[in-house]
Design a protein around this ligand. Sequence first.
Ligand SMILES: Nc1ncnc2c1ncn2[C@@H]1O[C@H](COP(=O)(O)OP(=O)(O)OP(=O)(O)O)[C@@H](O)[C@H]1O
Length: 204
Amino acid sequence: MGFSVSNLSCARGGLAVLADVSFDVAAGTALILRGPNGIGKTTLLRTIAGLQPALGGSIDIPADQVAYAGHADGIKSALTVAENLQFWAGVFGTTGVAPAIKAFNLTALKDRTAASLSAGQKRRLGLARLLVTGRTLWILDEPTVSLDADSTALFAQAIREHLKGGGSALLATHIDLGLEADTLDLTPFKATKAVEDGFHEAFL
Ligand SMILES: Nc1ncnc2c1ncn2[C@@H]1O[C@H](COP(=O)(O)OP(=O)(O)OP(=O)(O)O)[C@@H](O)[C@H]1O
């Protein structure tokens, strides 16, 4: 399953950030967003994931298939690694967290509380959550932050398996994951008009 956006414009903090972005992400493929700090990668991903309204354009995406991983990992610090994944499996109505534990090398940590994990270990747990969602469209914002080289390679492998199974992924990342994926530089889509969007995320 894939998705597409057409002439999408989005805003942050009441100001237009990006204008007229269009692309397709076909089933079994990934698209990597690039661009300098502040260009609007996070804003675009949040808009496509349905976390904030678009300023204009359209998003053709099955919302019930989206799994979003942003800067916050959504980890429950009082729960163990395994309990965190079981919690998310319950939320998404799936069963079986063993493949996620294995894919992100969490076996030795599975009975540790999340509060006691290092930053990179927490990030591995946050990414393992993607596997238990059972969802086909992954929208990922700087997924490799805090990951060492080995963990980055595990993550890249998880993406490859996801794509091989017919899933798709949209990622903002500054590093080269070694994926066979198209890239889209958002620099040319920087909004030139400072349009007030009337939406104030502080109220969310
Ligand atoms: N809460 C906020 N209120 C107002 N403006 C914001 C807010 N968050 C981000 N911005 C601004 O919106 C613009 C787009 O930010 P965004 O986080 O989408 O960029 P980015 O491309 O993801 O950046 P980075 O590569 O640094 O993560 C930036 O100019 C940023 O300063």
